[in-house]
Design a protein around this ligand. Structure first.
Ligand code: ZN
Length: 340
């Protein structure tokens, strides 16, 4: 089965220590290589990297086993890649591949994609498509835009998703492309949602007790200032992102009452609940079983996140992929490829 090697390589490209810690808890037997740049031999002039020039190393430091471990990849692997989107995001400086540090991370991930039979690739809608067309000539690439709201989740996170299939794979003849399948199978973006963002405010009493977020008096100075400005300027709104100054950026719920797109600095204040949304709840909004209710809905055990700081949980949710979207693309990839 081509999915057998799904989680061989958990390369964490942003060296986010909390993310490595989470991988350790989720996949206790798998190797975790925290520094993706160490997975390749650096050619002389690193400013002129192209993915094909990069030679993969045989072993690298593994954070799970605290030693050098073998890197095992094969054509049967299915990779899931979301290399840094800040190069293309409207919330960043839009440097694109002019930012060489960021480009290197994309180059190494693309080197793995070149080797993989199947890879799933996620980025923001403004991602530079020509980069993949140029570097994955041996693969056919199908692209679609997806958003959790199409799955009934009141969370705005519009992303471009791709399935990259190696030309040597046997593929079922399918008359519909990935984006046509998404159109047929998923709700349109403008459909009225049954739930609003408040469905994510599900933290247990124990969770709330460990965080002093019960009133605006517990907020930091700039957050208090932003909250007062939001309340004065946008009194009909229910959710304010206190990391933004409303005079510059009005980060509030969408017009259908969905969560605004989470960023790594998002600090969401609910007027209805009179408190901040917890990091666990932000992860829940992406489909992770981080709260009891979210885990029950997914019929899995909740992940224990008690040893993570609020800031690191928020940061991970801002960097995270939406699981219903990832699951949809994975399912479509399974449908496309003929089993051996
Ligand atoms: Zn290992």
């Amino acid at each position: 089965m081509f999915l057998s090697g799904l989680i061989r390589l958990a390369a964490q490209v942003e060296k986010n220590r909390a993310c490595v810690k989470l991988c350790k808890e989720l996949e206790p037997s798998q190797c975790i290589f925290p520094d993706i740049l160490k997975l390749v031999e650096t050619p002389g002039d690193s400013d002129n990297w192209t993915p094909s020039k990069l030679k993969l190393v045989k072993e690298a430091y593994c954070a799970q086993h605290n030693k050098m471990c073998k890197i095992e990849t094969s054509k049967d692997d299915c990779g899931l890649l979301g290399a840094p989107c800040i190069l293309f995001s409207k919330y960043g400086k839009r440097e694109g591949f002019q930012n060489l540090e960021g480009k290197k991370l994309h180059d190494v991930s693309t080197r793995f994609q070149q080797r993989s039979g199947v890879s799933l690739h996620e980025n923001v809608p403004d991602f530079d498509e020509s980069y993949l067309t140029k570097n994955l000539k041996s693969h056919s690439i199908q692209r679609t835009l997806l958003d959790p709201r199409q799955f009934g989740h009141p969370n705005r996170r519009l992303r471009s998703w791709r399935i990259c299939l190696h030309n040597k794979l046997k593929v079922w003849k399918c008359d519909l492309s990935l984006s046509e399948l998404a159109d047929v199978l998923l709700a349109p973006l403008d459909v009225k949602l049954a739930l609003d963002h408040s469905c994510y405010l599900t933290a247990s009493r124990a969770d709330l007790m460990t965080h002093s977020v019960f009133s605006d008096k517990d907020l930091q100075g700039s957050q208090q200032k932003h909250l007062a400005l939001f309340q004065a300027k946008l009194p009909d709104k229910q959710l304010y992102d206190l990391s933004a100054n409303p005079n510059k950026r009005r980060r509030v719920e969408t017009k259908e009452s969905a969560l605004p797109c989470l960023t790594t600095s998002s600090t969401l204040w609910s007027e209805k609940a009179g408190r901040l949304m917890l990091g666990k709840e932000q992860l829940h909004s992406l489909g992770y079983p981080s709260t009891n209710i979210g885990a029950q809905a997914a019929r899995v055990d909740p992940v224990n996140l008690d040893n993570f700081t609020e800031a690191s949980l928020r940061r991970m949710s801002g960097n995270g992929m939406s699981l219903p979207c990832a699951g949809f693309v994975l399912l479509m990839a399974v449908l496309f490829v003929e089993d051996k």
